[in-house]
Write a protein that binds this ligand. Structure first.
Ligand SMILES: [Zn+2]
Length: 154
């Protein structure tokens, strides 16, 4: 753990399957006084099946980290592109969305309880899970290719 690590998005080779996305926050923790912030750009392109109807194609944006006494506050700003199916005409179409949400990563914890996120022993925080979770919430249950889609009728 002596190598210099910059704050940037990385994927662990072993995690290619589940698309976990990590940011190493070691430098941020060492450098920062409490209250320090750092904004990290994120971008990812892949074909990730969210469910049978929806496929995530890419996301990009930034994560602003703020160092607090016992946690890191992460403010996400994410734009995504997903392929989905119109419930009326059953055509596939690209849906763009834009999201802003927060997560808290607890410091000094070895294990995370349900629903908690932690800064791991290896100084990695996992950001892919929260992003996918929020995108899943954002895609409507009954997507329409356009608001006045007439379905199969003219
Ligand atoms: Zn339609």
């Amino acid at each position: 753990m002596t190598e210099k690590v910059n704050l940037k998005m990385t994927k662990k080779p072993s995690d290619n399957i589940d698309n976990s996305v990590y940011i190493n926050v070691k430098d941020f923790l060492i450098k920062g006084p409490v209250g320090d912030t750092e904004t990290i750009p994120i971008h990812e392109t892949f074909e990730k099946s969210l469910d049978p109807e929806n496929t995530l194609r890419s996301f990009e944006g930034s994560i602003k980290l703020t160092l607090l006494e016992e946690e890191i506050l992460a403010e996400f700003s994410v734009e995504y592109l997903a392929k989905t199916i119109c419930v009326r005409c059953l055509k596939r179409f690209d849906r763009e969305g834009s999201l802003a949400f927060e997560r808290v990563y607890l410091l000094g914890r070895r294990t995370a309880a349900d629903g908690e996120l932690i800064v791991g022993k290896d100084f990695q925080i996992e950001v892919g899970g929260p992003i996918l979770e929020e995108i899943n919430f954002d895609i409507p249950m009954k997507p329409l290719c356009k608001t006045d889609c007439q379905g199969f009728n003219k």
